[in-house]
Design a protein around this ligand. Sequence first.
Ligand SMILES: *Cc1c(COP(=O)(O)O)cnc(C)c1O
Length: 398
Amino acid sequence: MAGFIFDQNPLFLPPLPTPTAPIHLLDLAAQHAAIQPELDAALQQVLRQAAFIQGPAVGEFAQELGAYLGGAQVIPCGNGTDALQLALMSLRLPAGAEVIVPAFTYVATMEAVAILGLRPVCADVLPDTFNLDPAAVAAAITPRTGAIIAVHLFGQCADLTALTALARQHQLALIEDNAQAIGATWQLTEGKAAFAGTVGEVGTTSFFPSKNLGALGDGGALFTRDAARATYLRQLANHGQTRKYYHEHIGLNSRLDTLQAAVLQVKLRHLPVWTAARQRGAAHYDEALGAVPGVQLPVRDPRSTHVFHQYTVTVEAGQRDALQAFLREQGVPSVVYYPVPTHLQPAYQYLGYQAGQFPVAEALCRTVLSLPIHPSLMPEQQGYIAAAVRAFFAGRSS
Ligand SMILES: *Cc1c(COP(=O)(O)O)cnc(C)c1O
């Protein structure tokens, strides 16, 4: 592992410590090995019961997740993108209505809007938290706006206080895309916090395997506190049927498999411990990287807890790609979430956006880097990763 840093600077840099085990971005095999007997029992039970669609585990999991989220109604569905589409369908917006989405998010947030014949309207994000800028949202509201989709990016809540106030003031629906922040909370008022995804009219999440609560395949869910909307969403997710073969709405075939629900029941019991491990990992990185010039650590909003779906730093202008390449050489994987802002994705050129319109999102696409943060990451591996980051910048400044 002779990195070019040592060639440049052979006298001053000690060799990096050797990691005890290969570093992965995500270690689902280790996670599953730790809970193997529970998973095996759950899978065997589904095989024995043989009710693979809408079997008992689906309703049980919905109940358990709702209880975990402070009593929200949970409607399971096929994946997180469908959850967004179903949330929008439940609003019954007129064709062509505008829906405000962040310019910096996973594309699914915008895709769900566009596929329904609604118009995505991008708004810029804040440079510190990477989440929707309420002032930019306010400026994007027109008489045609029907909804705002807030994304709780990387595990931390968007400003739900400001966005809820804006939504109320303009009579818009607030949808929370909570695919990345399950279990995070937002301080609504002094002494009153709510779980991410349960504040707006509808919340959505994804159980894609790499999410904090991940299935062994695709899965998703919606959250709402409104019983009538919950019933409607349940119908929409199952061909719009009110009872078998009676279809009152045009819906989707978007159900959570019983097998996935059974796996998620097991994993939900471990989620608090895994979240705490992510938070400890983030604190460890903060300490180890805090003094590195050239790296801006993830900024916490004091009103939100952060469940660290990603630990995302921003890197000094022009250095991000070189840092990523250096880390790769040292055996440290990292990812750029996301390299292209939503408004400049080729599929969305019809919206007429230009480069330069959302400068914060565009700058983030050039500077962000997500470091490994999964619950099985060991402190000595994190020490190695931090040493590699420091070595890169030490080499640059010499
Ligand atoms: C993962 C993700 C989605 C989509 O979820 P799928 O289950 O993959 O469809 C939507 N929004 C955000 C912010 C995500 O991270």
